[in-house]
Design a protein around this ligand. Structure first.
Ligand code: ADP
Ligand code: MG
Ligand code: MG
Length: 895
């Protein structure tokens, strides 16, 4: 940005008190929180006024060596003056002080960011003024101590334990158990001790100038954009650094002004189940952070919820009927306005309701489905919008097991059902350890007193989460739901000893490494591994998938080679097999001996003899799959890996094979050495095997065609085979192999009197094949993009070795994402599009599909839609995800 442009920029937008300069559509500039505060104020809802410092300031700040734009100070001063006029109070005034909250707000809600600072603007003078003005000294000094504590923690980075210790000691000495037991005088004493402690820790006085406090907090928000927590969160959620965060400065309203005041959080529908009916918690005489921090146990919002939870404390509906009625009206208005379930924060100050936040609520997959389907049926959104509303990646949660209700359970304890689904793993008490043990393939359950943003990586690595403290809206609960990890929060009866790595409950002790099962749907924590059951794919799931199928153009197939996988995939809606790898079939215990015999024989005759033994087994494999797939097309790839992969590796294996084949071990080892290659990925594999050992592919082709005939005779259904030749680089390779396979098909037709239905095509997985697609399509009736190998060969990057440095590449910004997970559109994608175009120019009817790992990745599926592929193929469990993603890609392309 040039200096001229900078000088003209509008950095600050006001909201509330009659009008707003911003609106919901401006979330890129104002962040989600700021844009929605502006929108709510525009709708005429009661929003404490304030102003938003834009995300552009954040970007300018980092672009300019952590300096603010020159004109920012003046714009903030002007907005502050306007705010003072609206609320008729003055910032820093000793008799009529304005207090503000300073709140971060990125485009997408980000738990890694700076925590909110409340009650900013207090010092000895303004606290006294607040006491006079409110007629409530206790409230004034309660606010003041909160401010010192929060500001010290969040802005000054002091250890919060110092303040907690002071408060605990004071309570002990005075025989108090609750914070609410403290009087005005007590809080004054605490404030004094807090300030002294802060000065000691800081080496200077705690800042008493409200403007210094304000700029300190603003600076802390912008700095937090680049802290470790935020960086980790952004990486996990694909949020670009360039988005920046906004800062909201807002007049305080007080939920801690006695029994007619309260603060709370609510969802307009149940975020776990999607059920209609408000869902939320509130605390009387408290400020916002009390709810989230889990310091006090919140009460239920509605009577209905209170009854369901069996909570003895009165609900808000009961305790504050008028505010509750007003809140209900606001909920309905906001849901109609945003046409989505809302997550809302509010405060009641002496009976008066104030709205502090609204956003589209995070929800479990189950709730997302139900809410989308319900809202479409209510007429609030269209069926197509409903399809767009569910995150395909989130569906994963529904496709995984839950606990079998009839199986015996050894229940250790119960907490809150904070995030549904069941998971099983070993107990681990530390986030770093959870991450490292998970990276070694162990399944872990993370057990914590409570979680904080520092634990996010461990929560991500864990199968499930248990916390001793915290409600349904605690950090653990919110984050776990977002990540789709089963979570039990507030399991208050467990006593965790971090040092010993154990927890005890009801006289039993669970050690680090003991197996636990977490049932996030009921809140139970069980000892040992409990029996799980497979998910139900009916109801809302079926309805939404039906709508998705209506919207989608691309077909969805599956990668499967076992009957079990094929069955699962068909249940999940697979419309064919996109990749059946035949080599896995070679490893089966009953045939590996024959496979080795084939590989080890040095003559064609020897190989044919061995292959004759394999043929019937392979034919049975294919027949089984054709029976399951019916008329759905099955792409079967002929043998692909280098032969030495099948040879024995250990001395013991060698001895076994020697005994079975009658060959001396030395000869075996010599043959293995013969076959070994220095770069097997680029070696004698794929169609190159077919060229040198014609009999192998001929056997496989025969097994396929004979199986088709058998199944047709048996069932009357004609199976459809797509015989796929792997690793083709030249048109000539394919021409030679196609002729042989077609020859086998004719032979089988002649022998059996039945002509199998088949196509012959190739996998496009080498750059040369992509570039020469026009030639290759003369013989290929289909292309299947093998994007795993195509990514390896395009980048010249071995997937098995890349893991060691991919992290560095992503950190350095060279790769935005792992190209083996999400297709590289620019390079690999270019080759895909070139091949599609050139191939179709030769052969109009050329069928195009993708069978790499990318076939189940929603972003890659969007690319496939844009490139005009006919189908994607993915692992069975991802089939519903791909169906939904393909529908969304189609709808996005149409709009
Ligand atoms: P987060 O993004 O972590 O939810 P918020 O900025 O929403 O942080 O602030 C957390 C809580 O602080 C709010 O839910 C609310 O209870 C309280 N809060 C924030 N601003 C104000 C304010 N101006 N007046 C009263 N309470 C506030
Ligand atoms: Mg909030
Ligand atoms: Mg390959």
């Amino acid at each position: 940005m040039s200096a001229d442009v900078m000088a003209e920029m509008k950095w600050v937008y006001t909201f509330g008190g009659g009008d707003s300069e911003g609106e919901a559509g401006m979330r890129e500039l104002l962040g989600g929180k700021g844009a929605n505060l502006a929108e709510m104020a525009k709708l005429g809802l009661p929003v404490p006024p304030g102003f938003t410092i834009t995300t552009e300031v954040c970007n300018a700040f980092y672009a300019n060596n952590r300096n603010y734009p020159e004109t920012l100070t003046a714009q903030v001063e002007a907005a502050l003056a306007a705010l003072e006029a609206k609320v008729e109070k003055s910032f820093g005034d000793a008799t009529n002080p304005l207090l503000v909250s300073v709140r971060s707000g990125a485009r997408a809600s980000m738990p890694g960011m700076m925590d909110t600072v409340l009650n900013l603007g207090l010092n000895d003078e303004t606290a006294e003024g607040l006491a006079q003005l409110s007629g409530d000294r206790r409230f004034a000094y309660d606010s003041y101590r909160r401010f010192i504590q929060m500001y010290s923690d969040v802005v000054l980075g002091l250890d919060h334990a110092v303040f907690e210790d002071i408060l605990e000691t004071f309570k002990d000495e005075n025989d108090y158990s609750l914070d609410t037991d403290l009087t005005a005088e007590d809080w004054e004493v605490i404030v004094k001790e807090f300030k002294e402690a802060a000065a000691r820790e800081l080496g200077r006085d705690f800042p008493s100038d409200p403007r210094e406090q304000l700029w300190g907090a603003i600076g802390a928000v912008f700095s937090s954009w680049m802290n470790d927590r935020a960086n980790t969160y952004r990486r996990l959620h694909d949020i670009p650094e360039s988005w920046g965060t906004a800062v909201n400065v807002q007049a305080m309203v007080f939920g801690n002004m006695g029994e007619t005041s309260a603060t709370g959080v609510a969802f307009t529908r149940d975020p776990s189940t999607g059920d209609t009916g408000y869902y939320g918690e509130f605390l009387v005489n408290a400020q916002g952070e009390d709810v989230v921090a889990g310091i006090r146990t919140p009460q239920c919002l509605t009577e209905d919820m209170r009854e369901r939870m069996g909570d003895p404390a009165p609900s808000m509906e009961q305790a504050m009927p008028e505010s509750f009625a007003e809140l209900s009206r606001v909920f309905d208005q906001l849901e109609r306005h945003y046409r989505d379930m809302q997550d809302i924060e509010f405060t009641v100050e002496r009976g008066r309701l104030w709205m502090l936040q609204t956003r589209n609520g995070k929800r479990t997959a189950k709730a997302a489905l139900k809410i989308a389907v319900d809202m479409a049926e209510e007429g609030l959104i269209t069926e197509e919008e409903a399809v767009m509303r569910v995150d395909p990646a989130q569906l994963d949660q529904l496709l995984h097991p839950t606990l079998d209700p009839d199986a015996p359970r050894d229940v250790l304890t119960s907490g809150l059902p904070a995030s549904p689904g069941a998971a099983c793993g070993i107990a681990v008490f530390d986030a770093d350890e959870a991450e490292s043990r998970a990276s070694h393939g162990e399944k872990v359950i993370l057990v914590r007193v409570e979680t904080s943003p520092e634990d996010i990586h461990g929560m991500h690595a864990a199968e499930g989460i248990v916390t001793a403290r915290g409600g349904m809206t605690s950090h653990a609960a919110v984050v776990a739901r977002g990540m789709g990890r089963p979570c039990v929060s507030g399991a208050g009866s467990i006593k965790i000893d971090y040092a010993a790595k154990t927890f005890t409950v009801a006289g039993r002790t669970v050690k680090d490494g003991d197996i636990l099962t977490v049932d996030g749907s009921t809140g139970q924590v069980l000892l040992g591994a409990a029996k799980m059951i497979q998910p139900e794919l009916t109801g809302d799931f079926a309805t939404l998938m039906g709508w998705a199928d209506k919207s989608r153009r691309m077909k969805v197939r599956t990668n499967a080679e076992t009957p079990a996988d094929a069955k699962t995939a068909v249940e999940f809606g697979a419309e064919g097999i996109g990749l059946c790898r035949t080599e896995h079939m070679f490893f089966e215990a009953d045939r590996i001996a024959a496979v080795r015999e084939m590989i080890l024989s040095d003559s064609q005759d020897g190989r044919v003899t061995a292959l004759d033994k394999i043929l019937p087994m392979q034919r049975d494999d294919f027949a089984e799959i054709f029976r399951i797939m019916g008329e759905r097309p099955c792409t079967i790839r002929l043998l692909d890996p280098p032969l030495h992969e099948f040879l024995p590796h250990t001395a013991e294996d060698v001895a076994d094979v020697a005994a079975a084949t009658g060959l001396p071990a030395a000869e075996l080892l010599a043959r293995a050495a013969d076959l070994s290659e220095s770069n097997p990925m680029l070696g004698h594999r794929g169609c190159r095997l077919g060229i040198t050992y014609p009999e192998i592919y001929e056997m496989q082709a025969r097994a396929i065609f004979e199986a088709q005939v058998i199944v047709e005779k048996e069932t009357g259904v004609r199976p459809v085979a797509e015989v796929m030749i792997p690793l083709v680089a030249t048109a000539a390779e394919l021409a030679i192999l196609k002729a042989r396979v077609a020859g086998v098909a004719s032979a089988v037709a002649e022998e059996t009197g039945k002509t199998p239905v088949y196509l012959i095509g190739t996998m496009i997985e080498l750059p040369r094949a992509a570039l020469r697609a026009g030639d290759i399509a003369k013989d290929a009736e289909f292309f299947s993009f093998g994007t795993n190998d195509l990514t390896q060969t395009t980048y010249g990057l071995s997937r098995d070795d890349a893991g060691k440095f991919l992290g560095d590449y992503i950190e350095a910004g060279i790769f935005e994402k792992d190209p083996f997970v999400s297709l590289d559109r620019d390079g690999v994608g270019d080759l895909v599009q070139i091949a599609a175009e050139r191939g179709r120019a030769t052969r109009d009817s050329l069928k195009l599909g993708i069978c790499g790992e990318h076939g189940g990745d929603p972003a890659s599926i969007h690319f496939c839609e844009e490139s005009g592929l006919d189908y994607v193929s993915c692992s069975p469990y991802r089939v519903p995800i791909a169906r939904l993603a393909a529908a969304q890609a189609r709808l996005a392309a149409k709009s």
